[in-house]
Design a protein around this ligand. Sequence first.
Ligand SMILES: NC(=O)c1ccc[n+]([C@@H]2O[C@H](COP(=O)([O-])OP(=O)(O)OC[C@H]3O[C@@H](n4cnc5c(N)ncnc54)[C@H](O)[C@@H]3O)[C@@H](O)[C@H]2O)c1
Length: 401
Amino acid sequence: MMRIGLIRERKTPPDTRVALTPKQCANLMQQYPGMTIVVEPSPNRCYTDDEYRAEGITIQEDLSDCDVLLGIKEVKIDYLIPGKTYFFFSHTKKKQPYNQKLMQALIEKKIRMIDYECLTHIDEQRILGFGLYAGIVGAHNGLLTYGKKTGTYQLPAAHEVGSYEDMLKAYEQAIIPNIKIVVTGSGKVAAGILDVMTQLDIESVEPEDFLTHQYDYPVYTHLKGAALYARKDNDLFHRDDFHANPEAYKCLFSQYVSQTDILMNGIYWDEKIARLFEKQDILRNDWRISVISDITCDVDGSVPINVGASTIADPVYGINRKTQEKEVAFQPNKEVIDVMAVDNLPNELPRDASQYFGVHFEKFVLSELLKEESDIIRRATICEDGKLTSHYEYLSDYAYA
Ligand SMILES: NC(=O)c1ccc[n+]([C@@H]2O[C@H](COP(=O)([O-])OP(=O)(O)OC[C@H]3O[C@@H](n4cnc5c(N)ncnc54)[C@H](O)[C@@H]3O)[C@@H](O)[C@H]2O)c1
């Protein structure tokens, strides 16, 4: 017997995504007769309370009779119910200062905190995330921006269209000019970007050909691993060594800046990893990139001209190549590079993103949760019974302060 509650998102602005769609809830209750799923009402969720009711799901304010509570973003401390098992993105595993109080409250309230971000397969690949839809929306926004900046074609904004299916209908009319696109990354974001490239019939070409050929149709090349990084001492690339010693590697992107119209950035990045280019590179005479869709979206990170996250309502800003100052976007000249830096891209297609998330939650996580013992759940449990679990003891000074 397990009672699962879908909690209401309370951050401002409210996140509209949800861990399970109405249909997924109904299917799970049918599949597992001992399981009940109830939903806390919400005026903002991308699936309405009525859509849950229509599938026979109970809407209830008080979730204290549930065993497991599923959210998306950090739960406000006052709303944490002591002793429960919670799943959400807690953003505590890197000792994020802004969530230290939340971490301490999880300990105090003896909550079993299972963080979606920490659910991994044995090889450390993440199981759950919204990266695919970040990649899809980020690629779409990059193309939309290029069309608007150059006046060559128009695409509707993803959040105006509302679903990926309808976005694909818009692609049937879109004629993309003979541009060259670089896609970076090796995870779920990159998979989403590549999906859009395929849907728009943009041809894939090898990195060497991309650098040396011009094409009379739109093309992209996908840079990851050895095509993007090489050891400084011997020019080789080994994935495990790169993950362990990123400082020993240089980035090979610089040769692409003279051959690329749009950069779609979907890499994993941290401060030890070389940037794709340096700020002063945008002054190069051979600089060609006019749009950067920085889906990775670290401020002053792998894309050093990311000067801050933008919003779904106002997703793009310009960066003047000479002054490096922010300017209005979509100016039809080469002196301003347009940067798309939305950091909550999946919220543009929240119904698709939630559906995708729910499928993976059901497939890889729920079955583990129902087991007596699960390595996947154990590895992702940050704390329980008022203590950090052994995997997360490194958080002691942060969690018990
Ligand atoms: N803008 C947005 O709305 C948005 C949404 C989701 C994700 N993102 C960002 O996009 C980036 C990529 O996300 P993703 O979903 O593709 O990630 P992912 O976990 O699916 O893939 C990450 C990839 O990076 C590789 N990698 C390289 N060095 C690594 C290291 N030191 N540690 C871990 N992995 C390493 C992994 O092997 C993996 O292939 C992240 O920075 C993420 O924060 C942005």
